[in-house]
Design a binder for this molecule. Sequence first.
Ligand code: SAM
Length: 276
Amino acid sequence: MDDYRRANQALWDEYTGINAASPLYELEKFKAGAIKLHPLERAELEGEVGGKDLLHLQCHFGMDTLSWARLGARVTGVDFSPKAIALARSLSEELSIPARFVCCDLYDLERHLEGAFDIVFTSYGVLAWLPDLRGWAELVARYLRPGGTFYIAEIHPAGMIFSEKVTEPEWRVGYDYFKDGVAVYQDEGNYADPAAKVENNTSYEWMHSLGTVVSELTRAGLCIDYLHEHPFTVYRQFPFLERREDTHWYLPEGMLRVPLLFSLRAVKGRGKSGEE
Ligand SMILES: C[S@@+](CC[C@H](N)C(=O)[O-])C[C@H]1O[C@@H](n2cnc3c(N)ncnc32)[C@H](O)[C@@H]1O
């Protein structure tokens, strides 16, 4: 494993405990039976998961994975953080929700997991940790059965160019949409608990344009059904966002809107050749 991934893994190991204790994740509500998915992916994917084999890439500590299981899917979650996977497995056992969790780097998955799935799912804050979107898209295609569904709900890269270090509701460009190569950050706190003390706080991240996401999935043999863009998000990405009852975070009234999330559904095997 390279130094980038080792540092990111240490950060995510530390984030696991912070996130599990944070109000954003609402672990106790989940333990009491709640489905901890957001209205967006529930509206767009819930109807498809019953009785299906679902692979969740970058599953963190498994609340979303186990929520899909509560909705009827047979689930497998993958993440490279040993702490996150240990918590995911203990939640599966404690709550008697059948699930399989694999602890490995995404790019090593073929050495740890065989088979194919009806649905590959991934969400919110995943792509920035991946240096190689071509390899990621090929992996998605590799694990889908012919006719299977890929679904991603993710932070919109266009929204990621704006600085979060503002005190007034304003858009100030702070990051390069077309940045090549790795970006190194040393953030204070954590997205679920800004006051948290994080020791392993160096992160290595990659910016991927929306065009790259679409092009790499298409190149890997997926046929895109839709690419939706949304003016709300799932965490307090900017200090001026306001949380509404549906749990999503919105811009204050009157502020010019930019896309904060995108969601994309694609199917394997309806590509250029037309094969199913
Ligand atoms: C923001 S979290 C996923 C968010 C998830 N939707 C949630 O909020 O619970 C990103 C996850 O990606 C995982 N991750 C980052 N790089 C990875 C890699 N190279 N291989 C596998 N997992 C990785 C981290 O451990 C972390 O759990």
